[in-house]
Design a protein around this ligand. Sequence first.
Ligand code: SF4
Length: 439
Amino acid sequence: MKTVAFYTLGCKLNYSETSTIGRLFQERGFQKVEFTDTPDIYVINTCSVTDNADKKCRKIVKEALKHSPNAFITIVGCYAQLKPKEISEIPGVDAVLGAAEKFQLVDILDGFEKKEKPQVHASAISEANTFHNSYSFGDRTRTFLKVQDGCDYSCTFCTIPLARGNSRSDTIANVVRSAHEIAESGVKEIVLTGVNTGDFGLQEGKRVETFYELVQELDNVTPINRFRISSIEPNLLSNEIIEFVAKSQRFMPHFHVPLQSGSNKILKLMRRRYLRELYADRVASIKSHMPHCCIGVDVIVGFPGETEEDFLETYNFLNALDVSYLHVFPYSERENTMAPGMAGKVSIKDRNRRADMLRILSEKKKRYFYEQNIGREFTVLFEDDVKDGQMEGWTENYVRVVAKYDPVLVNETKHVRLTAVNAEGLMEAEETYVEVLKH
Ligand code: SF4
């Protein structure tokens, strides 16, 4: 029996797809082993958003060959789609597969025999027009379920549409079926993932279903205790979705909404599909329905043309906004996108300084959000990692709670009252048996 090991770079979507490729191997009689277990085959799932994608890919190939010098090395993922030739030239790589081919990997590389030259199977991205259902098992507690792929937007900094193709989705019936399958394995929480998740419902370029319809149907999958929406564009986060989440007992009061900039000038240069006023309105709407809802924000600093004043506009906007944490990215040039050709390049030093300022703001926001929740009651879904005799889990509204390790609690929800934020920034809690209200 041949053995195969995997390595994933990048986002939740990549993790869910690696898991699915792993299951395809297992269905064909391969055995899945750890990276260090001298496998016969390695599959490395790459990311194009990661900085130094090339360097990271080379490093992992090198590591793989250290553990298994004769292994067959296959590279898939966004970076493989964007740069198949360069990747095939990395010493030790045997095959490169693009977005349209990665789920046919076992058939295409039949036998996994090494050839004189690396094999490259990467068609044009327009060929990647089918949807492949995927979900991951990170731990026994939560699963990332891919419901949508690709993106029809054209943000000027983003390479994802080139690596993943047009927006396309699973059907609601299939997603519901997958959710039941996941529930049977004992998982309690599903995170809905996609490239542009809120754009769910397009098939062959036509809108046949909507994200709102999807969440309504999933709410009836009673064996799953919790659903989270991984990320949703502000222009697609409608009031009906917000109101639905507020009423639902299964959809958690937690949204992650990319902002990217708090300056309308920069938002226009980025070709985002909203202005800061719409973003502020979405946050206000969420908070009016769910005052303790967690709101996470993606933000890019140092985009071409961003002056110090523009950056301060973003800083002040975020400072005043009732959001809970920020994911901050210093702008990084991507080939074949419009932004690198724009005027007003920001120095790397300024990009990093601005990123640091926002990261400090994020810490303050998070601490404030945690403190607002002290004294309130929630349920916590505990995970099975033990660290120094302690275990951790998330509340409904994404507060990280720490407790003394108790094996009985693993993958169980427990009612607690939040008591204090400890020195590590984690929430401490006391047990409570009072009926817990969601918001
Ligand atoms: S919405 Fe913009 S940033 Fe997000 S994947 Fe699409 S093009 Fe990229």
